[in-house]
Structure formats: structure tokens, C-alpha cells
Design a protein around this ligand. Structure first.
Ligand SMILES: *[C@@H]1O[C@H](CO)[C@@H](O)[C@H](O)[C@H]1NC(C)=O
Ligand SMILES: *[C@@H]1O[C@H](CO)[C@@H](O)[C@H](O)[C@H]1NC(C)=O
Ligand SMILES: *[C@@H]1O[C@H](CO)[C@@H](O)[C@H](O)[C@H]1NC(C)=O
Ligand SMILES: *[C@@H]1O[C@H](CO)[C@@H](O)[C@H](O)[C@H]1NC(C)=O
Ligand SMILES: *[C@@H]1O[C@H](CO)[C@@H](O)[C@H](O)[C@H]1NC(C)=O
Ligand SMILES: *[C@@H]1O[C@H](CO)[C@@H](O)[C@H](O)[C@H]1NC(C)=O
Length: 238
């Protein structure tokens, strides 16, 4: 090899190494950073400092966590997409009196598995875009001021295991599409304004272990098919 080609080869390797450390590799994907800024606006979360990488594991808000009351964290996975970027998998902002609405922009987090926003003052309905996040396993919105019907599209969340929406003001009948949520383990809708009967299709939720429907507005009787749900340990109804 000539001195020239050695020089070019070494320069090439050096530039490649520098670009690896400068771009990608354990920083949040730029699209997701932008999405999080929009999400913070919709939620009404004002103390989020986006000068710090949300995937850096450094605290980037003013409100400190208080165990069991305030949870304030975002969890990322830096290998999930294989693209050298970190992607948000958990958003957990609980007990902060956030005054906004559930952001449709959550569907820009393409690897999101868990949304925990219990104990805030969120209003509005569940945006249909939520059903677009096919990776979702857990939605917790307990203790907010949300209303409206559940979008039928939620039935397409085929990995959903936890749906906790107790103590809100949701109304209407449960969409029949929820019959397809056969991976559900934990379903809590107490203290809402739903109408109609407890649906027969809950017998199709063969993985369910917790089913809380007390004061949800749904009327009995409990469908007899519930005896097929052998994993059920917690059941409360009207
Ligand atoms: C982060 O969120 C998880 C729930 O996903 C929670 O168990 C944990 O306590 C939280 N950590 C902090 C420091 O708030
Ligand atoms: C990140 O995602 C990959 C691929 O889904 C998974 O194997 C790995 O366990 C995840 N890492 C963490 C820390 O959750
Ligand atoms: C989710 O939304 C995106 C953008 O609007 C769209 O391209 C995609 O097809 C949707 N996916 C599902 C499963 O609806
Ligand atoms: C709940 O929703 C009903 C209509 O569905 C409305 O009349 C009522 O005022 C709402 N209650 C609260 C506390 O928002
Ligand atoms: C359940 O999902 C299947 C396949 O996507 C669909 O054909 C069917 O209509 C769904 N059932 C309900 C009750 O939505
Ligand atoms: C529930 O499961 C049964 C048996 O697998 C199926 O025949 C029925 O269509 C399902 N019901 C709904 C509403 O999807």
C-alpha cells in the first residue's frame, strides 16, 4: 500500500469513528425528541428541560419524584431499533396535576410500550391515534378528568396487557372491538359513566387476572362465561 492510500484509509477510519460518537449511539432519535416536546406541550408539562437528552438518564425536570405519589421518568431502549439511536419505551408522569390532554403525538414514539399518566388533571378523550401505537402494552390514566367514548380502534392494540382508566368520566358503551384484546391481564374501569351491559365478550379475555368494573356505569349480570376465566383473581362489579 502506498503512503497516500494508507493516509486516506486512516483518515477514513478516523472520520467514521468521530461520526459514530458524535451522531447516534445512545442519544435520543431526533424525531422522538421533537415528538416529546409536542407531547410536553399537550400535557401541560412545563418543567421539562429539553437541553438535556431525555434518554440520558439525567434528571431533566424541576419536579422531584416522591415515591408512590409523583413518578417522573422516561425510559429509553438504545438497541430496540438497531439504528444507533435511543427510543422511548416508557413514559411515566404520575401525580403531577398536569392540566392538558392526552397527546395524539404519542404515536410518533414508534416503540412506546407503556404510558402512565395517572393522578393528573387531564381532560378530553382518548385520541384515536393512540390505537396506532402497535407496541403498546400498558395504558394507565387512573384519576384524571377524561371523558368521551373509548375509540373502537383500541381493539387493534393486540399486545395490550393493562388498561387502567378508573376514576374518570368516560361514557358510552364499551366498543365491541375490545373483544379482540385477548392479551389483557388487568382491566380497570371503576368510577366512570359508561352505559350498557357488562359485555359477554369478556369471556374471551383468557389471560385476565384483574377485572375491576365497580361503579363504572355498566349494569349486570356478570356473564356466566366468566367461569372460563381461570386466571381471574380480582373481580369487583356493581
Ligand atoms: C420510573 O417509572 C417506573 C414505572 O415505570 C417506576 O416504577 C419508578 O419508580 C420510576 N422511577 C423514578 C425515579 O421515578
Ligand atoms: C431493548 O430492546 C431489545 C429488543 O426488543 C430487547 O431485547 C432488550 O431487552 C431491551 N432492553 C431493555 C433494557 O429493555
Ligand atoms: C399509524 O399512523 C401512520 C401515520 O399516520 C400510518 O402511516 C400508519 O399506517 C398507521 N398505522 C396503523 C397501524 O394504523
Ligand atoms: C361527566 O360527563 C357527563 C356527560 O357524559 C357530564 O354531564 C358531567 O358533567 C361530567 N362530569 C364531570 C365531573 O366532568
Ligand atoms: C377482531 O379482529 C379481527 C382481525 O383483525 C377482525 O376481523 C374482527 O372483526 C375483530 N373483531 C371485533 C369484534 O372487532
Ligand atoms: C370470542 O371467542 C369465541 C371463541 O373463540 C369466538 O367464537 C367469538 O367470536 C369471540 N367473540 C368476539 C366478540 O370476538
Amino acid at each position: 500500500m502506498s503512503t497516500y492510500s494508507q493516509f486516506f484509509l486512516l483518515s477514513f477510519i478516523a472520520i467514521w469513528l468521530i461520526s459514530l460518537t458524535t451522531f447516534g449511539a445512545n442519544t435520543i432519535h431526533p424525531d422522538e425528541k421533537e415528538a416529546l416536546e409536542d407531547i410536553a406541550k399537550s400535557l401541560g408539562k412545563k418543567d421539562w428541560n429539553f437541553d438535556i437528552d431525555p434518554c440520558s438518564n439525567k434528571p431533566n425536570w424541576v419536579t422531584p419524584p416522591i415515591p408512590k405519589i409523583i413518578d417522573n421518568n422516561v425510559t429509553c431502549n438504545c438497541t430496540v431499533a438497531g439504528d444507533n439511536f435511543c427510543h422511548v419505551v416508557i413514559i411515566c408522569l404520575k401525580g403531577q396535576n398536569l392540566p392538558g390532554t392526552l397527546p395524539p403525538e404519542l404515536n410518533r414514539l414508534r416503540y412506546l410500550q407503556t404510558i402512565k399518566l395517572s393522578g393528573n388533571r387531564l381532560t378530553g378523550s382518548i385520541p384515536v391515534e393512540t390505537a396506532n401505537i402497535s407496541t403498546l402494552r400498558c395504558i394507565e390514566l387512573t384519576g384524571n378528568q377524561m371523558s368521551g367514548n373509548l375509540p373502537p380502534e383500541l381493539g387493534s392494540l393486540t399486545q395490550l396487557q393493562t388498561l387502567r382508566i378508573s376514576s374518570n368520566n368516560f361514557s358510552g358503551e364499551l366498543p365491541v372491538t375490545l373483544a379482540n384484546l385477548t392479551t389483557l391481564k388487568d382491566f380497570r374501569i371503576e368510577d366512570n359513566q359508561f352505559s350498557g351491559k357488562i359485555p359477554n365478550y369478556i369471556q374471551n379475555w383468557t389471560s385476565i387476572n384483574t377485572l375491576l368494573i365497580q361503579g363504572s356505569g355498566l349494569s349486570g349480570p356478570i356473564p356466566s362465561g366468566i367461569s372460563l376465566l381461570t386466571k381471574l383473581v380480582d373481580l369487583y362489579e356493581n
